[in-house]
Design a protein around this ligand. Structure first.
Ligand code: DAK
Length: 258
């Protein structure tokens, strides 16, 4: 499949990478771009040879948000009736772990998409923010909820009410990102983490990701019950037998992802 607004490759065994490639607009998330991202992510997600995904932009911009020029003439009903950013990029539906490799601007919908990934690796030049208030709107793809859960109410209020931007170091300090690395290294860090994930049992990784995400959705009691169910499911997998046998035989496990 050929794409106009994204680049797709496999930078390491088991790792699929989708790169937003609309540099002249700082990777603003236009509808055609989002459709391509979704198609590429879906293809990787259903590829048995892929164990982890990377979503990235370029050095200057991960994504500067939804495409303001596209949204400018839209009414509330237009937004209601067309597939939204969240519908288009519902990263939660992807069972494989996704790492956002973020450099430069991650603003508005760009920040929201990074936060809907499972981990974030940032370059030292990354800038996170939710500037929607400047446009007379508010975050609509998870910003008010995900950012608040990450950084807490006080800082979330400041970011979203005053357009305070977070540097990579601040994002690390407040728990928004996993790692910060120099510009020429952040992608290698992201690939390295993705490779580690891809080297695990896909069954166990999927059940783990699902269970962690439940921590955002439910009470502790319900989350613990969910974890227990997934734990028992893992015990029914061939990979559980292989993993434990490999440990006892002092060798690397050969996962079958079954
Ligand atoms: N949309 C469209 N074009 C954009 C853009 C954007 N978000 N951001 C940048 N560009 C374009 C600029 O218009 C410019 O294009 P030309 O004028 O050259 O044609 C080009 O990219 C370079 O931008 P600048 O000249 O402005 O570059 P600077 O380095 O001076 O400034 C900047 C960089 C990132 C500070 C600045 O471009 C900026 O403030 N951009 C806007 C950031 C922003 O406000 N982002 C939030 C957008 S609102 C939804 C859910 C969620 C959303 C929508 C719907 N539903 C559930 C329905 C999300 C909304 C948003 O994200």
């Amino acid at each position: 499949m050929t794409y106009e607004f994204i680049l797709v490759d496999q930078p390491a065994a088991g790792v699929g990478r989708v790169q937003l490639n609309r540099p002249q607009a700082l990777n603003a998330l236009s509808s055609p771009l989002l459709d391509e991202v979704m198609a590429a992510m879906r293809a990787f997600n259903s590829d048995d040879g892929i164990g982890a995904l990377i979503l990235t932009g370029n050095d200057k911009a991960f994504a500067a948000g939804a495409d303001i020029k596209e949204m400018e003439g839209k009414t509330a009903i237009d937004m209601l009736m067309t597939r939204s950013l969240t519908d288009r990029l519902d990263l939660k539906m992807h069972s494989k772990p996704i790492i956002a490799a973020v450099s430069g601007y991650a603003l508005g919908g760009g920040c929201e998409i990074a936060m809907s990934c499972d981990m974030i690796v940032a370059s030292e030049t990354a800038v996170f923010g939710q500037p929607e208030i400047n446009l007379g709107i508010l975050p609509g793809a998870g910003g008010t909820q995900r950012l608040t859960r990450s950084v807490g109410k006080a800082l979330a209020m400041e970011i979203m009410l005053t357009d305070r931007r977070l540097s990579a170091e601040e994002a690390l300090r407040y728990g928004l990102v996993n790692r910060v690395a120099p510009l020429d290294e952040y992608m290698d860090v992201a690939i390295n983490i993705a490779q580690k994930v891809a080297g695990k049992s896909q069954v166990a990784a999927r059940l783990t990701k699902e269970a962690i995400n439940q921590a955002y959705e439910t009470s502790l009691e319900t989350g613990l019950a969910f974890e227990r169910r997934n734990f028992l499911l893992a015990f029914g997998s061939e990979d559980k037998s292989e993993g434990m046998r490999a440990f006892i035989e002092k060798r690397r496990p050969a996962w079958r992802n079954r």
